[in-house]
Design a protein around this ligand. Sequence first.
Ligand SMILES: CC(C)(COP(=O)(O)OP(=O)(O)OC[C@H]1O[C@@H](n2cnc3c(N)ncnc32)[C@H](O)[C@@H]1OP(=O)(O)O)[C@@H](O)C(=O)NCCC(=O)NCCSC(=O)CC(=O)O
Length: 298
Amino acid sequence: MTVDAVPKLAQCAAAKAIAEWGRPAADITHLVFSTYSACQAPTADLRLAALLGLRPMVSRTMLSLHGCYGGGRALSLAKELAENNRGARVLVACSEMTLVCFGAPDGGNIVGHALFGDGAGAVVVGAGPFLDGEQGPIFEMVSATQTTIPRTEHALGMRVSGGGIDFHLAIQVPTLVGQSVEPCLLDAFHGIIVDDDDAPPPCSGNGNGNGRWNDLFWAVHPGGRPILDNIDKVLMLEPEKLAASRHVLREYGNMSGATIVFVLDELRRGRSPLPEWGALLAFGPGITIEAMVLRCPR
Ligand SMILES: CC(C)(COP(=O)(O)OP(=O)(O)OC[C@H]1O[C@@H](n2cnc3c(N)ncnc32)[C@H](O)[C@@H]1OP(=O)(O)O)[C@@H](O)C(=O)NCCC(=O)NCCSC(=O)CC(=O)O
């Protein structure tokens, strides 16, 4: 059932993204598809390409079972593809369905059943030159890093079994993520090369981010309420900074890799203008943390 439904759900999100982008689907040059919920070959990206009418030469990449950092990884990969292939337009699609995890509740699965939801998100990524009719950029991905927290591979995981996918969420996950985010963010911000006048807040002043995290906007994967609470505490964020993440978690649940696209969408639809600089965080099995510096083009 999910093999059929996951690409169709992705199609709904991708068709909206392409319509907003303003160019025909045939202008998409690359496709990056992330999911944990459709395991088969040929992979779900091929089915999605057919459903959308992408051209046969579209260059496809499937990210499978990256879980909740899949959306961050897909965006980061799209950035690399767009920056290294002149004129490329990369469609990122993330589509997740909890049906594949359905089973009798036990100690591990029941937490996931409480937390996870279905959803799909899609984004078109490019690095210029701009094409006629194309919508201008909403977020610029300035710098991206991936970090694995050592010795945490048993804390968070998914395993394909005869009955679907079993997942395991250790109770320590919120603490482990909270302890690790600040070094990952500093790493991402230190990778930026801009004029001093243009520098994002954590790169100016003492350069360690202290007290400057509130000058940013925040797109954080809402892995669960305790995860957001720990990030708030560690970075000393003002209460409204994670409002977009909390809203998405409350309304839709944790849709694994697709969730970060919902958070970005929520941010861009917000009533007040965003600060120029922002940070994106997504985490999943590994424990892997994707950190990204974002910028709103002025
Ligand atoms: C499960 C919850 C929704 C429950 O939230 P509530 O606000 O209702 O209550 P709570 O946090 O006080 O927890 C209620 C009871 O559940 C227990 N509890 C919490 N998390 C647990 C876990 N992982 N395993 C076993 N028990 C757990 C608490 O100790 C407490 O027990 P007692 O009542 O005995 O005191 C939340 O704790 C949560 O979101 N935790 C999971 C966060 C997480 O690991 N997210 C990562 C998702 S994976 C992801 O994002 C990436 C990926 O999948 O790839």
